[in-house]
Design a protein around this ligand. Structure first.
Ligand code: GLA
Length: 332
């Protein structure tokens, strides 16, 4: 009897220790994104979840489309005993408020895609950030637009270059400034470069911005299109289609790894010619891993990581993306 009691006691002790241990070890993280309907962010979430499943942690994914939703989401995460979150904020100027709130709840913050801007208007550099090499990628896109037009023997004097931008966002401005820069450096006439403004970074936003530019420039015969993301370029391509332009008179090059790939899957050829494929794997899986190691082991992540882009066309995207380990984000 005594032996049974001792055995029970040891078992109980074991259970208590095991429970206490796992309660202490259990990591819970959040991943907040500004546009949950955008494929790019869905793929980020997918890869973040992949990491969470591999290490067996909880990941709470919340779409936070405005400032109020971000603040509520942080409260929600804190209530669920989350220790940190990755965020692509709906407005970079919310940065200081997000940091303050996260600090008050003892949550670590890792920014992805869009870097916080401080009260002084400068980027916040003391919060870890993973973004894309915007200037390099934009430059490659501008150059590729020019080269394709040259290859097709287009007369540059009757060709317009529409660059769809959203200058409030540092990363988008860097991309589109570099696109214009590359076009000019390649020899494209600067007077034929037109900036279209998209109020929102989705397809309707790109389309509205492009329609204004097209109405103002009715004599242009052929168009090159670049922008801050795939949605902006697709929106412009749709606006051009509305005015009778097609794959023979439009060369659009996007930037992303989502909506643009769906354009490639459409039958025939349209004005969406290529895209610079960026990595939702790195922005989802790797950010979550870095945050996890920070929370779990106190290992500070690098403050700034910039990822690359690779220009792909409808002929090359499957091969290139598979080689880049992005086969999982190819549309089915
Ligand atoms: C910004 C854009 C997104 C995507 C990411 C990539 O957040 O709005 O569409 O391009 O950058 O970093």
């Amino acid at each position: 009897m005594k032996l049974v009691k001792i055995a029970c006691f040891i078992l109980l002790l074991f259970v208590l220790i095991a429970n206490g241990y796992s309660a202490e070890q259990k990591v819970k993280l959040g991943f907040l994104v500004k546009q949950p309907e955008e494929l790019w962010f869905q793929n980020e979430w997918k890869f973040a979840q992949k990491f969470a499943d591999e290490v067996g942690i909880d990941l709470i994914k919340i779409g936070t489309t405005d400032g109020e939703k971000v603040m509520t989401a942080i409260d929600n995460l804190a209530t669920q005993k989350v220790q940190g979150f990755v965020i692509c904020t709906p407005d970079v100027r919310l940065g200081p408020a997000i940091i303050k709130k996260a600090n008050s709840k003892n949550l670590k913050v890792f920014t992805v895609d869009d870097r916080f801007v401080g009260a002084d208007g400068n980027p916040v550099e003391d919060v870890p950030y993973m973004g894309i090499s915007s200037t390099q990628i934009g430059f490659d896109i501008g150059k590729a637009c020019y080269e394709e037009a040259k290859k097709r023997g287009w007369n540059m004097n009757e060709t317009g270059a529409m660059v769809v931008t959203h200058d409030e966002l540092e990363t988008i401005k860097q991309r589109t400034d570099a696109e214009k820069d590359a076009l000019i450096k390649a020899g494209f006439p600067a007077n034929n470069i037109f900036t279209a403004v998209n109020k929102t970074l989705d397809v309707p936003g790109g389309m509205d911005g492009a329609n204004v530019t097209l109405t103002q420039n009715p004599t242009i015969k052929k168009w090159l299109v670049a922008g801050g993301n795939e949605e902006s370029v697709i929106g412009a391509v749709r606006a051009l289609e509305g005015k009778g332009f097609d794959g023979n008179t439009t060369i659009g090059i996007g930037l992303g790894a989502g909506a643009g790939l769906l354009e490639f899957k459409k039958p025939g050829v349209n004005g969406f010619f290529a895209t610079s494929a960026i990595s939702p794997y790195r922005h989802g899986y790797e950010t979550t891993k870095l945050l996890y190691e920070w929370v779990k082991d106190g290992k500070k992540p690098p403050m700034k990581t910039l990822t690359a882009g690779y220009i792909v066309t409808r002929e090359t995207y499957v091969k290139t993306m598979t080689e880049l380990g992005l086969a999982d984000s190819l549309p089915k």
